[in-house]
Each structure stands twice: as structure tokens, then as C-alpha cells.
Design a binder for this molecule. Structure first.
Ligand code: SF4
Ligand code: SF4
Length: 249
């Protein structure tokens, strides 16, 4: 996509839990390398990196000696990266605006020390412990010869348990069905190649089966199939209309 158009800027979902999800750190760096400003949305994962942090993750931040709140830690992790142009954040009070402005004016790219990165890793570990599958999204198991998007599937599976069934199922449909090639867990042929590379020793084949069964119950299967048919038809129509498919400036 970056190469398909002369973009003025781009906007991605990015936070320390989504470092390797969607565009992720690779997308951030690729856009910045082309001189495209990158605006960050969901820096707190819809507030989950504040409200839904497990108590031991909160305690880790409190005891870290940084005097940062969970929100400030998440923001500073972003501001530490020179490729980030702007961080969007919903704020509900003047107090929040003041706190965020103060932190933003103090933080600088490249400020993070080994201690800060270690804190982020510990907090991530604590969050991952509460998840259904302890997948960190590192993608060492990829690529799968059948095109199964393993980290994305586990992310959706975990999301189902941490943020509600519909949140996980909606993302699963987006990341697996609404792609050019389907990446459903059911495409797995159990070759076992991925498991040899997983540093977390996850029984990937077994967990994929469980994830697919829960993420795609029958009514969802039917709905997803209909959405996919509609998407492919629309793409076909767009491709056959050269003016619509290539709107270059
Ligand atoms: S076991 Fe399944 S998911 Fe893993 S590499 Fe083989 S086909 Fe892909
Ligand atoms: S290698 Fe393991 S931890 Fe990393 S993305 Fe794959 S399943 Fe998740």
C-alpha cells in the first residue's frame, strides 16, 4: 500500500502489545523510511493498557521508580520511537489533557533505557499470563506454507477472552476472511513446521483448532462466507474499472 500512492500521511493501530500486529513496527519503519508521517491510534488499546491491566502489571509499574502511570508508560514507549509523528489519544477531562501534555513535553525519542524496556517486557508478560494462548506475536513461526496467519489468530483468540467474544470474532473475520487469500486456522495441515520455531513452546496446531472452533461458530461461518463473496465481487468490479482502480495524483 505504501508504494501504491503518494500518501500525505498514514495512521496505524500501534502500542506495546501490538508491536507485531497489523502494520506493527515493520509498517511504522517502512512508512517513516519513505518520509510518510505516521499517526498512531489506539496507543492504549482502547484503554485496555490502563483499565484492564492485571494487578501485578500495575504493581510492576508502581514499583518501577519511574513515577509514570500505566498510560504514561504506554505513551512514552511510543514517543521513544523517532518514526512516530503523532500519538492520538481520547481524553475525558482537562486533568488528563494536562497530564498527557506534561508527559509529551518531557519525553524524547531515544530516551528509553534498558530498565524501561525491561519494564515493558515484564508488563507484557504479566498481561500475556492472563491470556488464553501465551503468544507474544513475535512471528518466528511464520511464514506458514498454507498461509495461516498464526500470530493474528492467537491475538484474536486472546482478545475474545480479554475484551469480549464479539471483539475477537470481528477482528478474526477482518484478518482472515477479508484478505485476498483466506488465512483461517482451518487451513492448517498439521505439518508441525511452526512449532519448531516457537520460543514459547506453544502447541500451535492444537491451539489453532481450539481457536478456530471458538472464533468461527456456525452462524459466524455463514456470515463470514457471505461477506467474503461480497468483497471478492466488489474487488472484481473495481479491477474491471481502470479509473476507479488507479486514482493517481
Ligand atoms: S502446522 Fe499448520 S500452522 Fe503450522 S506451519 Fe504447518 S500448516 Fe502452518
Ligand atoms: S512463534 Fe510462538 S509466540 Fe511467536 S507468534 Fe508464533 S505462536 Fe506466537
Amino acid at each position: 500500500m505504501l508504494n501504491d500512492y503518494d500518501w500525505d500521511f498514514c495512521q496505524i493501530q500501534y502500542n506495546y502489545l501490538d508491536e507485531f500486529s497489523q502494520a506493527g513496527v515493520d509498517g511504522l519503519k517502512a512508512a517513516a523510511a519513505k518520509g510518510i508521517p505516521v499517526i498512531i491510534m489506539e496507543p492504549l488499546r482502547g484503554g485496555k493498557l490502563v483499565d484492564l491491566l492485571p494487578s501485578d502489571a500495575k504493581a510492576l509499574i508502581e514499583r518501577s521508580g519511574t513515577h509514570w502511570s500505566p498510560a504514561e508508560l504506554a505513551f512514552r514507549w511510543l514517543w521513544n520511537q523517532p518514526e512516530v509523528t503523532c500519538v492520538l489519544s481520547g481524553m475525558n477531562s482537562v486533568k488528563m489533557v494536562k497530564e498527557n501534555c506534561k508527559a509529551a513535553s518531557q519525553a524524547k525519542a531515544g530516551d528509553f533505557t534498558h530498565k524501561h524496556f525491561e519494564l515493558i517486557e515484564k508488563v507484557k508478560k504479566s498481561i500475556n499470563k492472563t491470556m488464553k494462548v501465551g503468544c507474544t506475536g513475535c512471528a518466528y513461526c511464520m511464514p506458514c506454507p498454507k498461509g495461516v496467519d498464526i500470530p493474528a489468530i492467537f491475538r484474536c483468540y486472546n482478545r475474545m477472552y480479554s475484551e469480549g467474544k464479539s471483539a475477537g470474532r470481528f477482528e478474526y473475520a477482518q484478518t482472515t476472511a477479508l484478505q485476498k487469500e483466506e488465512t483461517f486456522a482451518s487451513r492448517c495441515i498439521s505439518c508441525g513446521r511452526c512449532e519448531k520455531h516457537c520460543p514459547q513452546n506453544i502447541k500451535i496446531r492444537r491451539e489453532l483448532k481450539r481457536a478456530d472452533a471458538e472464533l468461527r461458530p456456525l452462524p459466524y461461518k455463514l456470515g463470514i462466507a457471505a461477506a467474503r463473496r461480497f468483497m471478492l465481487r466488489s474487488r472484481k468490479k473495481t479491477a474491471s474499472c481502470p479509473k476507479k482502480s488507479r486514482q493517481k495524483r
